[in-house]
Design a protein around this ligand. Structure first.
Ligand code: NI
Length: 479
């Protein structure tokens, strides 16, 4: 019964729902969320891309830390691929605005069902081609669930391409016929509607918006839940073997296929200027001997990063005041910017775990919770050489199931700056300065330039009042 796994699948942020509905046994699960290199056991693995090798990469993130309005969305900004970034930005912002107006501002609906998440995965970043998949989980809308879309950039032509751009115009009918052939007969597929769906150019482009190549050059086409069948039937994955699909590919599609099967290594999209990543080189001067029993301490915490260039700027501010802090990092961002996480640790800060892509952990199974935290701890260890001991559950959402699924120690907060809501440096600084008391844990986010900009005033004012800035684990250890 294929619907049995539907509900858990919808809530499975780290994993696509496609495998629940696929009879082919094709891969689609771990590959959808930025799988670790070598961690994919599938028979036709999608080659994983190391995002830390992409020069000038920035991750654009937006998230809340409030359980009544839980959202987190990220997409990559790669120098040279501005037209593709603009398309992702438009899509993400529209979906996010819809969610916020319906859930966060409206305030109605079932709190249990409210959560919105967009995560990214690089499909190929090699030669002059770039491919990214965005996976959206929206548990607030009608027909809610997981949807995916792939975005492509052709560095040679200097143009953004849709998934359908992988297929030559003259071969689209043959391509669509082959898909129809493979979909018909699958349980839940509305065969009668397929003709209409595929013959109208607009609906064709909208349905065929998720494609990528496997490591052996086959093309995988993802159909979101409800696209080609009854929503209850879930989503479908069709894989066309290399031999079948290759004659139908566009010139761009052939280059993407080639770079996926055998990556040439470095990505060059012809960007006029690729900024050198700024990674501060501050080094901690030995262990922190602050005794929080004797002096006034504060533990500043910064969530959802690392982010370039904001985290680097923050590290410089903290170094100027010899202040230590704790960073609750998101795994997919650690993978993109391991150098910044290494810089955090080297400067004497604590690096904590904030999950792989910021889901509400209480809505996941114990295995999914362990995976969210385990992958992130592994990424932190790879970057810093040290396994974290603390984690902060996204939205502060924690229960006995989450506690039982990890050995990491949970850290919540005493002072909520709500800096994700108020992008105003002066207001953030005033909140921290006005509300913080001795031995408090303060919640901020280093993905927002306004929050980082508030830090010098916070450090200046509170240092003058006699406060010492320590890590969460140091605070706990000396109290
Ligand atoms: Ni967060």
């Amino acid at each position: 019964m294929r619907t049995r796994t539907l509900l858990p699948s919808l809530l499975m942020l780290g994993t696509l729902a496609v495998t629940a509905a696929c009879s082919s046994g094709s891969d689609g699960s771990s590959a959808s969320s930025g799988a670790r290199p070598g961690a994919n056991p599938s028979p036709s693995p999608v080659r994983s891309v190391d995002p830390s090798k992409i020069k000038g990469l920035e991750i654009v993130s937006d998230s809340s830390e409030q359980s009544s309005c839980p959202y987190a969305a990220s997409y990559p900004d790669v120098p040279g691929a501005e037209a593709m970034t603009a398309t992702m930005k438009k899509d993400v912002e529209k979906r996010l605005a819809d969610f916020r107006s319906q859930v966060c501002e409206g305030g109605e609906g079932d709190a249990e069902a409210r959560e919105f998440n967009i995560s990214y995965q690089f499909l190929v970043a090699s030669g002059d081609v770039l491919g990214v998949r965005l996976t959206t989980q929206d548990a607030s809308g009608a027909g809610s669930g997981v949807t995916t879309r792939t975005y492509w950039y052709d560095g040679k032509a200097g143009e953004y391409r849709t998934a359908l751009g992988l297929v030559a115009d003259g071969s689209q009918d043959a391509f669509v016929a082959a898909l129809k052939d493979r979909l018909e007969g699958r349980e839940g597929v509305d065969a009668a509607a397929l003709d209409d769906l595929f013959s109208d150019p607009a609906s064709r482009a909208s349905v065929l918006d998720g494609m990528d190549f496997t490591a052996v050059g086959s093309l995988r086409v993802t159909f979101d839940r409800g696209d080609v069948g009854a929503p209850a039937a879930g989503s479908y994955l069709v894989t066309l073997p290399k031999k079948t699909i290759t004659p139908w590919l566009s010139a761009f599609g052939k280059r993407v296929q080639r770079q996926t099967v055998k990556p040439s290594g470095s990505l060059d999209l012809g960007a006029a200027h690729v900024p050198e990543p700024a990674v501060p080189t501050h080094t901690a001067s030995g262990d922190d001997d602050t005794d929080c029993k004797k002096v006034k301490c504060i533990a500043l915490t910064f969530d959802d990063g690392p982010a370039a260039p904001d985290t680097a700027t923050l590290l410089t501010y903290l170094a100027q005041y010899k202040a230590r802090a704790t960073f609750f990092t998101v795994g997919q961002n650690v993978a993109a910017h391991p150098g910044l996480v290494r810089a955090e640790a080297r400067a004497g800060h604590e690096v904590g775990n904030h999950s792989w892509n910021h889901p509400d952990l209480t809505k996941l199974t114990p295995e999914q919770i362990a995976s969210q935290l385990g992958r992130t701890s592994a990424a932190i260890k790879a970057a810093t050489g040290k396994t974290p001991t603390v984690f902060r559950p996204p939205y502060g959402a924690i229960d006995d199931k989450v506690r039982a699924a990890t050995r990491l120690s949970p850290v919540l907060w005493d002072v909520d700056t709500e800096d994700w809501k108020y992008r105003d440096a002066a207001k953030v600084a005033q909140t921290v300065i006005g509300k913080t008391q001795r031995n408090n844990v303060v919640l901020m986010h280093d993905i927002h330039p306004t929050s980082v900009a508030a830090v010098p005033q916070i450090l200046r004012t509170l240092t003058a009042q006699g406060y010492h800035f320590v890590t969460v684990s140091h605070l706990r250890a000396t109290l």
